[in-house]
Write a protein that binds this ligand. Structure first.
Ligand code: ZN
Ligand code: FE
Length: 258
């Protein structure tokens, strides 16, 4: 086993591309390269060569750099089996229950459909690192473009089952807008109120809020808390199923203009 060195690369307006370097065999994966230039130059600067691309889903702001990086480095592209036809240059298809070895660092793969039908997440347990693309965000979750509330709630449940110490390497800095919304459906949550103040301070100082810790998300992210009776009551669905509550919270977020 070896610990990944993980580097955040902000690109476009609010995307995070991640470099994960495996030091034992000197492998470097780029997770969801929205673009090619920034991850190529960042890895070069560190004396690393990109050997792998790990894609979570097919959206352009996650695969946009695939072909150029592959042409320049000859890297191997790993992506969701369920969406293999929409991942440019895919070499290796993975899905739920598979493991993928980045050298001595092993990722468990989860199918997490909802945002897209073929979305996957990579969990590197030895590094406490979860690469979840646009499924789980800090205080939020992805929009359901290709899936149902039932699917998305099930997908988030797989991620919620991971340890509190998991670091969430999601693909966007949406935290402050998510925080504004979270307060509307969980206003009495003291952990949330405290956290929003901290997030506002960080953003005012120009600091990233990603990665975050899963343990904190479990206490404050309303999309992981649709089975909480207080949230159900707040959205007028006391006693209804978590899926109903989740669907309502997601719908309200879609309509929310903070
Ligand atoms: Zn997306
Ligand atoms: Fe995205």
């Amino acid at each position: 086993m070896s610990q990944l060195q993980i580097i955040r690369i902000p690109v476009l307006s609010d995307n995070y591309v991640w470099l994960a370097h495996e030091p034992t065999q000197s492998l470097t994966a780029v997770i969801d390269p929205a673009v090619s230039d920034a991850p190529l130059s960042e890895s070069e600067k560190r004396g690393w060569t990109i050997t792998h691309i790990l894609n979570t889903h097919h959206h352009g702001d996650h695969v946009g750099g695939n072909q150029e990086i592959k042409a320049r480095t000859g890297c191997t592209i790993v992506g969701p089996r369920a969406d293999r036809n929409r991942i440019p240059g895919i070499d290796i298809e993975v899905g739920d229950g598979d493991t993928y070895d980045l050298g001595t660092a092993t990722a468990e793969v989860f199918d997490v459909p909802g945002h897209t039908r073929g979305h996957i997440a990579y969990w590197f347990a030895d590094s406490d690192a979860l690469f979840c693309g646009d499924t789980l965000f800090i205080l939020g979750c992805g929009r359901m473009f290709e899936g149902t509330a039932d699917q998305m709630w099930t997908s988030l449940g797989k991620l919620r089952a991971l340890p509190d110490s998991a670091n969430i390497y999601c693909a966007h800095e949406y935290t402050q807008a998510n925080a504004r919304f979270a307060l509307t459906v969980d206003p009495g949550n003291a952990d949330l109120t405290t956290r929003v103040a901290e997030i506002d301070r960080m953003r005012a100082a120009g600091e990233p809020t990603v990665p975050g810790k899963l343990g904190v998300e479990k206490r404050t992210n309303p999309f992981l808390r649709a089975d909480d009776a207080v949230i159900a009551a707040t959205v007028g669905l006391a006693g209804e199923s978590p899926v109903e509550v989740f669907a309502e919270v997601r719908h309200r977020k879609d309509m929310f203009r903070g």
